[in-house]
Design a protein around this ligand. Structure first.
Ligand code: GLY
Length: 337
């Protein structure tokens, strides 16, 4: 009941998406090209990706250019420049990219480079490897013309310094971006938004699929920690014969179930994108219900025909969709209500 009224009223307090319609929760079908990205802020990325898709460009280019919008957004504390640092005050970024033919590239725990998605693409296209990590990824980026930058903004530095006061120097896994009801019955987003990874999926006019995923990872994580986002199969998976999926949320749990690959395999076996996402979320909840209550995980999937679906553990997850006929943010159904 609460959820329905929230959708009808189209509000998520504290965000600036009032000009976007909310749609209900079932699978959505769209004529290609189409682009979907996790969270409300995915709409800004989609706008950039759409410039390429609407000009009959390739999905992979749309994904890279779209992801760069979020990576450059200083106000986003969980992706790219301005992302929260690790517990040592170092901003370390993770990203991966994949096309319909299984070509993929990934960088993990890379510092000082604003656009890890573009470095991941270079790894895919210019090396015989798939993953570069840490200093190796940085060296590769510098060798390929990327600029070394300070990614720790004053805002994020202050948040880290505040965190240090009470942290006992331990990373926290918390519920991200949880929707709660305020005293006046409106809804707001709460908690530290420390897992709001952007995952992006695109189907271009030629029917080619691609995906990308980019994040600064868990806020105040241990130095060297890598989550699901740059792990092919966990944070992202694309299979041109079936569809694509991406994940957001507590990366450790997404890795444990190789989440995005599992979603794609369920679609291969005939489930709709939403059913496939739900199946994996159900498995996570079933494995440890008490643990699942304390975290957020969301999956977003797009099949090769342009059907889209998503499902999350907790309320509050959303995704943005752009096609020729739609530009919407969609509130996602969850396991816990
Ligand atoms: N899903 C992002 C992370 O856990 O790092």
């Amino acid at each position: 009941m609460e959820r329905r009224s929230f959708i009808r009223n189209g509000i998520i307090a504290g965000t600036s998406i009032s000009s976007y319609d909310y749609k209900p929760l079932e699978n959505i079908s769209a004529t290609k090209p189409i682009m979907v990205s996790t969270w409300d802020f995915g709409k800004y990325a989609n706008t950039e990706g759409w410039k390429i898709l609407s000009a009959n460009g390739h999905a992979l280019d749309a994904i890279e250019q779209a992801a760069r919008v979020t990576e450059a957004d200083e106000s986003n504390k969980t992706v790219g420049y301005g992302g929260y640092p690790d517990r040592d005050g170092r901003v370390t970024l993770d990203a991966c990219i994949m096309d319909e033919s299984g070509n993929c590239g990934s960088v993990m725990a890379m510092e000082h480079i604003k656009h890890p998605i573009s470095v991941a693409r270079k790894v895919m296209e210019k090396t015989p490897h798939i993953i570069l990590v840490g200093d190796g990824a940085l060296q590769f980026a510098l060798d390929n013309g990327f600029q070394k930058e300070n990614l720790l903004t004053p805002d994020s530095k202050k948040a880290w310094e505040d965190w240090l006061k009470n942290s006992k120097y331990e990373p926290v896994i918390n519920i991200e971006n949880q929707l709660f009801k305020k005293q006046d019955n409106s809804f707001a987003l709460g908690g530290i938004n420390n897992h709001d990874t952007i995952g992006l999926l695109a189907l271009d006019a030629a029917g080619k699929l691609s995906g990308g995923c980019t994040t600064s990872g868990m806020a105040f994580k241990m130095h060297g920690r890598v989550g699901d986002s740059p792990v092919i199969g966990a944070g992202l998976f694309v299979d041109g014969e079936v569809g694509a999926a991406t994940a957001t949320g507590v990366g450790e749990e997404v890795i444990r179930c190789v989440g995005s690959h599992s979603v794609v395999e369920y679609m291969r076996n005939g489930l709709s994108p939403k059913e496939a996402c739900k199946k994996v979320v159900d498995r996570i909840a079933k494995r440890d219900l008490e643990k699942a209550k304390k975290m957020q995980i969301g999956f977003l999937a797009l099949d090769k025909s342009g059907n889209v679906g998503a499902y999350a553990l907790q309320k509050g997850f959303s995704y943005a969709l752009k096609s020729a006929s739609e530009e919407i943010v969609i509130a996602v159904e969850s396991y816990f209500d």
